[in-house]
Structures are given as C-alpha cells and as structure tokens.
Write a protein that binds this ligand. Structure first.
Ligand code: GAL
Length: 386
C-alpha cells in the first residue's frame, strides 16, 4: 500500500497535467461522461444502487441511510443493500442491481479487489460507479471516489495518542511536561483488504516515527509491521483476542502498557474489553491505557465521555453522503463531478479522481462542540451510548 501511494504521487503529476490541458473538467470531459445518455432523464425514472459493507458497525448504517435519504430528496429511487461483511453477498447484490438496470452504483466495498467482474458488467451497460469511502482496486471502471483524507486520519489517530500519552497538547504543540521515561504502546491496523487501512497506518506510523526512533515510545511486543498488526474485516473480536494474546505474551511480568494505537472504534472497544478483563482501568483515571479510534461511533463517544476510550476521529457521514450524492447527480446529468484530488488514489489501474473531506479529533472536551452542536448526536445518545 505504501508503494501504491508513492506510485500514485508520481503518476498523479502526469494526470494533473493532462487534466489541466483539458480544462480541469475531470477525467474525460463532459461528452465522455459515463451515464451521459441519461442526461435528460427525470430523477424519478432513475434508480441508484447503493452497496454498503455491513450493518454490524453503526457507521455504515448511518452512511447507508444518509445516502438513501439524500438521493430520495432529489427524487431518485434507491436500492440500498448491506452485505454482512461477506464478499460473495456483496458481489451478488451488485450483480442483481446491474441486472435490474440501475442507472448508477455507489459502492463501499468489503474487499477492494473483489469486484472487478461486477465493474466490467457495469461498464458494459454504461453504469457509472462511485467508490464510497473505500477505493475499489484493480479496475478501470471506477469513475469517482468520495472519501476523507485518509492519510491525515492516520496522522490524527497518532496525534490523539501522543496527546493522551502527554507528549502533545490538544492543539498539536509540544507539551511542556512531556514524559521523561519511555512510554509503551501496541499498535493495531485495519483490514488488509481495505485500501484505507494502509493509509491510516502510514499516516499514524510516520507521525509516531520520531518518537519510536529516539526511544520516547517503545513497542514492547516488537509487532509493528502492517501484516502482523492488521485486523481482518476490522473485527472487534479479533482485536480483543490479539490484545489478550499481547497481554499474555508481553505484559504478564508486570510491564506497563501506556497506550494502544487503534484505527477504528470497533477495534478500540475490543482492545478496551481485553484490557479491562486483564485488570487495567476500568477508566483512564484508574490507569486504563490511552486508546485511540475512528468513526465517532456512538458507543465509543459515550466511552470517551465516561473517561474510558481516550479519543476518536469524527468523519461526518452526512458530508460524505452529500458528496456522493453530488457526484451521482453530476454523472446522471451527463457531467463529470468535481474532484479535489487527482493524485493520491491509484487503484493499480488508474488514478481515480477523488473528493476528499476533512476529519476532526474528538476528545472528551469537544464532544459537545463537534458532535452535539452539529446535530450529529443528541446529548441523550451520548449519555446512553445508543
Ligand atoms: C474504513 C473506513 C473507516 C472505518 C473502517 C471500518 O474503510 O474508512 O472509517 O469505518 O472502514 O468500518
């Protein structure tokens, strides 16, 4: 994945020049826009297939609902499907959407490399495909990608860990009273078949690198390479098991564990359960290690509010849904959506024009400002964790 990013950066330069030459209208230009045939169609005659990975994580339910309701507000018909994190189920759902004649597909893939044949069929029927939050790899037929600045999400995850460990202030400046003894951490990464996992990991590890190099931070298990620390399907249970194993293998002699880099709230909760089960905490005040996260899932926001999980990253799914809807509308009107990044996301076949959104670090102190004032959650939801 690291290689992909480097290749992307170089290849992206060529693409940026090509784009500049054709007026910056996005790849291809208006006449070549897939789905252009339907330029004059009435939204009420058009159906959009929305394929989401799973309902086991609350964020994807929110994404699915936000995309569906925003498309319906514009008059489109929506076929929304969730795939239980099962690759054949997702392939089948997309096949069916294509057979039923959808006009456009919005896909958050389970395995970013598993959908080539579906994308071939979509292309044969001139159905544009928008990759939603997760890039679809190995196919020419991904027209657009809406996501967050995933590398920066990783930077933010590591930053929150450094804040929790006392090296940085919440505003990112060096803390005056930084720890003078080495801090022990363990690291977790996301699912190896999800393109985002490598970006999060690279952003986080490059942020931690200076601390690891000079010994201010140590990983006592020695497990720091992506393949070793990855968590298939972002599974909470798998994360809990790995944390339990680490506690047994590395910390049973009384070694301190100060923090855990976690790339997703589900993983964070698995890690926290393992830590509490082994007698850590149960809260930060009582010595629970600092655990980072991602997605601002309500169960984790509630734990942050209670002083258990230290931080998460808020990616506003309403904004992501809205970008997906904007891109979909452009295609269906025979246009090309506007990209703000044409360099970073190489899917192995091409650089996919992307629209990247910004994310925020959530700490206990800014839950109200970021999540309640913006109407993302109510105070009651934060209080109850539901
Ligand atoms: C990633 C996504 C993260 C998180 C994770 C697990 O693709 O970017 O925000 O949701 O999947 O679902």
């Amino acid at each position: 994945m690291r290689i992909n990013r480097l290749v992307a950066a170089t290849a992206g330069l060529g693409l940026a020049l090509t784009l500049a030459a054709c007026g910056g209208q996005g790849a291809g230009g208006v006449d070549d826009a897939p789905g252009g045939d339907s330029a004059d169609a009435d939204p009420s005659d058009q159906t959009i297939g929305v394929a989401m990975p799973t309902q086991t994580s609350e964020r994807w339910i929110a994404d699915g609902e936000a995309v569906k309701s925003q498309l319906e507000e514009k008059g489109y018909t929506v076929d929304l499907q969730f795939a239980n994190d099962d690759i054949p189920t997702q392939s089948q759902q997309i096949d069916q959407m294509i057979t039923q004649g959808v006009d456009l597909l919005i896909i958050a893939s389970i395995d970013g490399t598993a959908l080539s044949s579906q994308l071939e069929s979509a292309a044969a029927k001139d159905i544009p495909v928008i990759a939603y939050d997760r890039l679809i790899n190995g196919s020419d037929h991904v027209e657009f990608y809406v996501t967050f600045d995933n590398y920066n999400v990783g930077v933010q995850q590591a930053t929150s860990l450094l804040v929790g460990l006392g090296f940085l202030e919440e505003d990112g400046t060096e803390a005056a009273d930084a720890p003078t003894s080495p801090q022990n951490i363990e690291v977790f990464a996301g699912s190896p078949d999800d393109n985002n996992a490598g970006f999060f990991f690279d952003g986080a590890m490059e942020t931690l690198a200076p601390y690891l190099e000079d010994g201010r931070i140590v990983v006592p298990s020695g497990q720091t390479d992506f393949d070793t620390v990855a968590t298939l399907r972002w599974s909470q249970e798998a994360a809990q098991t790995r944390m339990e194993d680490l506690l047994t293998s590395t910390y049973s002699g009384g070694e301190e564990l100060d923090g855990v880099l976690s790339p997703f709230d589900g993983i964070s909760r698995g890690v926290i359960t393992a830590l509490q089960g082994a007698g850590h905490g149960p809260s930060l005040e009582e010595g629970l290690p600092i655990v980072s996260g991602q997605d601002a899932e309500i169960a984790s926001v509630s734990l942050i509010d209670q002083g258990v999980q230290f931080a998460t990253i808020f990616k506003d799914t309403r904004k992501l849904a809205s970008q997906a809807v904007t891109a979909a509308t452009s295609f269906l009107e025979g246009d090309e959506p506007e990209a703000n990044d044409t360099e970073t996301y190489d899917n192995g076949v091409k650089i996919v024009p992307s629209y990247l959104l910004e994310s925020d670090i959530v700490y206990k102190e800014n839950i109200s400002e970021l999540l309640i004032d913006s109407g993302y959650y109510t105070q009651e939801q934060v209080d109850t964790g539901q």
